[in-house]
Design a protein around this ligand. Structure first.
Ligand SMILES: [Zn+2]
Length: 196
């Protein structure tokens, strides 16, 4: 059984995202396939939206996800999928064909942002701290996440987490994430697609 989530729009301020580049800063063409990167908000979804809707002239403060999934399963679109959201600053994806990252800025390390679709799950109230774990995500969140991931058409081996791709040593999100629950939900969509 699959269902379409409630959808909402909360566009980010343009300082918090950019265009996807066709070449890296050395002029080499880049053509990485899309990668889904999962995060959590730590604070509330509305607090994350406020941050992304604020103007951030300082590059160090610029941050965004493409979408946020609230506790009730509502999907909030923040940055258009064709744009480059600033979700994982210093990051590398270890793909089937080796490490993937693109350097797009002379002052910042390479990252997966150029080919990432960043999705952030609203953390539970007991996750509003720096503990290693919390009570996890709602079944509505897993259902909406599966719907959204299915929509991206990204295969299972290109779904990853901020924790996995982070190279700063400081990111552990999404904490208490149940990969099996996502895969179980995704089976419904993959089965529907196979039957079409
Ligand atoms: Zn993150």
């Amino acid at each position: 059984m699959t269902r379409i989530p409630v959808l909402a729009n909360a566009p980010a301020d343009p300082t918090n995202y950019g265009d996807r580049y066709a070449t890296d800063i050395y002029g080499r063409p880049v053509n990485n396939a899309l990668l889904v990167v999962l995060h959590e908000t730590v604070g509330s979804a509305s607090s994350a939206v406020n941050t992304m809707q604020a103007t951030h002239p300082n590059e160090d403060d610029q941050v965004s996800y493409h979408s946020i999934i609230k506790r009730d399963g509502t999907v909030i679109y923040v940055v258009a999928p064709e744009k480059r959201a600033f979700g994982a600053g210093n990051s590398v994806f270890n793909g089937a064909n080796g490490p993937e990252a693109v350097k797009t800025h002379k002052d910042f390390p390479p990252s997966v942002n150029n080919f990432a679709y960043h999705i952030s799950l609203e953390s539970p109230p007991d996750g509003d701290d720096s503990a290693q774990t919390h009570s996890g995500y709602t079944s509505q969140q897993y259902q909406s996440l599966a719907w959204l991931v299915a929509w991206t058409n990204v295969p299972a081996d290109r779904i990853t987490t901020h924790r996995e791709v982070d190279r700063s040593g400081s990111r552990i999100d999404p904490r208490s994430f149940d990969t099996q629950q996502l895969i179980a939900q995704l089976q419904n969509y993959w089965r529907d697609t196979a039957q079409q």
